[in-house]
Every structure is written in structure tokens, then in C-alpha cells.
Write a protein that binds this ligand. Structure first.
Ligand SMILES: C[S@@+](CC[C@H](N)C(=O)[O-])C[C@H]1O[C@@H](n2cnc3c(N)ncnc32)[C@H](O)[C@@H]1O
Length: 233
């Protein structure tokens, strides 16, 4: 098709377009676990400029705004972005459709904080995205990443949703990066790892989200906090 948008061919983007309406309410235990941890790690962001790469339906954008930041949310799925912009009406939130595997549409040293949550399983080249994150991060800024723990793969987990019409489980193409893939990519880019954490599923989580039962005492979540090595705040 001649006039097809450039990234129309991405099956991951199509998958998220189809998932968008149910994304916030499908009882995903990883999102529940992650959502209780990540906001506690971004510190005082009042008046700071933050970009959320792969922001989806704006789960974290909402909270970043409440915490006083000015936020740019980037995603390549127009349907995920539609959900986000319908939900978040603040003048401090802006959304841009962009494929983050390509150079990011910002000048150098633009942001006090960079967030990317549950996105890297769709990014083939971690290092090239880390380089772009480092480039747009202001001196003293932070980069906060969360990802499905690689051990979840051993239980067959990956980004997937259930088609409400057919009940069919649709798996989205994803890459199994190891913990050392993240660590080596950060080192190769000259990024400092200021924090690295792994979280297991718990009885408490399973009581709230029944799908977490099979992950009790099993690593579910990986978190990295990076900076330019020049005095992160
Ligand atoms: C599992 S969702 C996470 C959404 C949000 N960060 C959260 O934590 O709720 C993954 C998101 O990454 C986006 N995504 C995946 N690959 C992308 C790419 N190459 N460029 C931009 N967005 C991408 C998807 O469209 C989707 O919204």
C-alpha cells in the first residue's frame, strides 16, 4: 500500500492498538506489582521535565502529573495514546506518537527524568535506546526502567492480551533480554547504575490479582535506575 504510515507494519503496534481498550482493566499482576513500586523511586519531581517512553495508556503519566512534573508521553500505538489523552487533560501533559527504536525527537539534555516501563521486551537493541536516553537526559537527571523479569519467561509469560470477542490469547512479539543484557548495555553506554532491584510475586499480590498465584516467590519484576554518572538527584 503506497500511503501506508511508516510503522503500520509493526505487529506489536497493531497488538497494542487492539489491547488498548482493555489494557487498564485486565487484571495484570505485573502492572499491579510495578505500579506499587515505581512511583516511589522517582523522588521529588515537582516542576521537573519528565519523558515517559512507551507511555501506553498513561498509567505513570497520570501519577507524574499529580507529583507536579511536566510530562511528555511517547508511544507508537495511536490507540494507547488515545486512551492516555482522554484520561489525562492536564496542560502539563503532552503526547507524541513516535517509534522509540528510532532517534528520539528531542535535542540533547532536555529532561530531568526519563521513564520507560514494561517496554524493553519490544526493543531489540537495548544499547541504542540507552544511548538516546543518555543523550536527552540533563546532567544530574535520572533514567528509570522497569521490565518483566526474565525469569517470567520460564513460566511462559510475555506481553499478551485476551481477545474479548473470541477469548483467544494473543501474544505480542517480544524479546527475552537477560539481566546482564541490561547491565552490559548500560556499561557500554557509560551510564551509571545507581540502583538495580528484583521483585518476587507475593501472597498479598495473589490475593489482589489471582493470576499472580503462579508467581509467588518467583522473580516477576526487574527495575534499574541509571544516570550519567554526574551526580544524579
Ligand atoms: C506493556 S505496555 C506499557 C505501557 C506503560 N509504560 C505502562 O507501564 O503501563 C508497552 C507499551 O510500549 C509501547 N511500545 C512498544 N514498542 C514501542 C516502540 N518501538 N515505540 C514506541 N512505543 C512502543 C506499546 O505501544 C505499549 O503502549
Amino acid at each position: 500500500m503506497k500511503n501506508k504510515p511508516k510503522n503500520e507494519s509493526s505487529p506489536v503496534r497493531r497488538g497494542y492498538n487492539n489491547w488498548a481498550k482493555q489494557y487498564d482493566t485486565d487484571g495484570n499482576p505485573l502492572m499491579a506489582l510495578e505500579g506499587g513500586i515505581v512511583p516511589g523511586l522517582w523522588g521529588d519531581i515537582k516542576g521537573k521535565r519528565i519523558v515517559d517512553l512507551g507511555c501506553g495508556t498513561g498509567r505513570h503519566v497520570n501519577r507524574l502529573i499529580k507529583d507536579g512534573a511536566e510530562v511528555v508521553g511517547i508511544d507508537f500505538s495511536e490507540k494507547m495514546l488515545k486512551e492516555a489523552s482522554e484520561k489525562i487533560s492536564s496542560g502539563r501533559a503532552k503526547f507524541i506518537q513516535h517509534d522509540i527504536r528510532k532517534p528520539l525527537p528531542f535535542d540533547d539534555n532536555q529532561f530531568d527524568g526519563i521513564l520507560s516501563t514494561l517496554v524493553f521486551e519490544h526493543i531489540e537493541n537495548i544499547e541504542s535506546l540507552f544511548r538516546e536516553m543518555k543523550r536527552i537526559c540533563k546532567p544530574g537527571g535520572f533514567i528509570l526502567i522497569s521490565e518483566m523479569h526474565p525469569a517470567m519467561r520460564l513460566k511462559g509469560a510475555q506481553a499478551a492480551y485476551t481477545n474479548p470477542g473470541t477469548g483467544e490469547k494473543i501474544k505480542l512479539r517480544s524479546i527475552n533480554h537477560t539481566v546482564s543484557d541490561f547491565v552490559k548495555s548500560a556499561i557500554n553506554c557509560g551510564l551509571n547504575i545507581s540502583d538495580i532491584r528484583e521483585y518476587e510475586g507475593t501472597e498479598k499480590l495473589a490475593a489482589k490479582k489471582p493470576r499472580a498465584k503462579k508467581y509467588i516467590s518467583w522473580p516477576m519484576l526487574l527495575i534499574l535506575k541509571l544516570d550519567n554518572g554526574d551526580g544524579a538527584y
